[in-house]
Design a protein around this ligand. Structure first.
Ligand code: SAH
Ligand code: SF4
Length: 353
């Protein structure tokens, strides 16, 4: 079976041409897929019925199969997908009051980076996702939102996996989010744990996509203990790459800071971070730690975070705290781990609960 969601516009034209159809049929099919975003071939009623039947017989709309879904009291939806080879991945949809609809998607099954507080890191690496598997996670949310008269507006690569450890597939998928789903580059964020060569490469892509870097600690010894990748690319090299990125692209970098009670929320730590980032075009997103099974840390309290933000301001570094989403269904940052569950075992909570 041919996965239509894995085909470029050009591939689709070639396929219909090989089947003996004129180019306008390929254009119609493309519109059904990406402008109208229908979920079945039957719905494509401007196509001749024999073409619809052939599509039905030889093609599929994507290869992800939904294994489970959970809804949070705050409107966040978390999905577990089974891939063709049985691997499991998760993606999350977060609606915001201002009409933003943000999909948080995975780039790998598991992750090889081993950050100690991250549920995905705790499970280890299974395999890379193909660009089609990455793209389809966003496509499926976009399709369902469309059916409700809504629009997928933002995509963040902050689900399972390290996007820059799967660089080519991620970049290909990101380009398709822009061209096929019409999501503006500024509404896409790639988050990396700090792979320096890929940050440098990304600076040359000429994309307006937001780059987020997971920092979490402002000195090497302690950062290495939390994020083992820091031993390979310590802070000085990372910050050099960040400065070069800003110089080359003129774009602001987002730094992610998982605020952990008593670990990285002290005034001293804030001064260290302020000194490290002083003068760099950047913003710090503070995310209170989402507790995971394999790590004993707790989230910082609001007062410590406010004090931290105030100290950063003294260095001219802007920072905001991010509201945690989907906590009741473990859909928050770093909580995705694709457990094997049966649909009827999943406790589903509706927003009304
Ligand atoms: N691998 C990439 C993107 C996926 S993780 C990266 O590490 O940047 C997305 C974000 O969630 C990262 O900033 C990561 O550090 C953060 N994160 C991981 N586990 C977390 C946890 N338990 N609580 C809060 N944030 C967490
Ligand atoms: Fe991988 Fe990011 Fe989790 Fe680290 S925080 S283990 S890089 S997914």
């Amino acid at each position: 079976m041919i996965d239509l969601y894995a085909l470029s516009q050009d591939d689709l034209h070639q396929l219909l041409k090989a089947w003996g159809y004129p180019a306008f049929r390929a254009r119609q099919l493309w519109e059904w897929l990406y402008a109208k975003r229908v979920a079945s071939f039957e719905a494509m009623h401007t196509l001749p019925s024999e073409l619809r039947q052939r599509l039905q017989a030889e093609c599929v709309l994507g290869r992800l199969s939904l294994a489970a879904e959970q809804s949070s009291a705050d409107g966040t939806t978390k999905r577990l997908y089974r891939l063709a080879d049985g691997q499991l991945i998760e993606s999350v949809l977060m609606p915001y009051d201002d009409d933003r609809r943000t999909a948080c998607i995975s780039s790998q099954a598991g992750c090889a980076m081993g950050c100690v507080f991250c549920a995905t890191g705790q499970m280890g690496f299974a395999r890379q996702l193909s660009s089609a598997e990455i793209f389809e996670q966003a496509m499926l949310f976009a399709r369902e939102l469309e059916a409700q008269g809504e629009r997928l507006s933002n995509v963040v690569l902050m689900g399972m996996g390290e996007p820059f450890h799967n660089y080519d597939n991620v970049l290909h998928a990101v380009r398709r989010l822009m061209s096929d789903l019409g999501i503006g580059a500024r509404h896409i964020t790639i988050s990396t744990v700090g792979l320096v060569p890929q940050i440098r490469r990304f600076a040359d892509e000429g994309l307006q996509v937001t780059l987020a870097i997971s920092l979490h600690k402002a000195n090497d010894e302690e950062r290495s203990a939390l994020l083992p990748v820091n031993k390979r690319w310590p802070l000085a090299e990372l910050l050099d790459a960040c400065r070069d990125y800003v110089a080359k692209t003129g774009r602001r970098i987002s730094f992610e800071w998982a605020a952990i009670n008593g670990q990285n929320d002290s005034p001293e730590e804030a001064h260290k971070l302020g000194a490290l980032l002083h003068g760099l075009l950047c913003h710090v997103n503070i995310i209170p730690l989402n507790p995971t099974g394999g790590y004993a840390g707790r989230p910082s309290d609001g007062r410590a975070i406010q004090r931290f933000i105030n100290i950063l301001a003294e260095y001219g570094v802007s920072a905001t705290v991010r509201v945690r989403r989907g906590i009741d269904i473990d859909a928050g940052c770093g909580q995705l781990k694709a457990q094997i569950v049966r649909l009827d075992e999943v406790p589903t909570r509706s927003p009304a609960d």
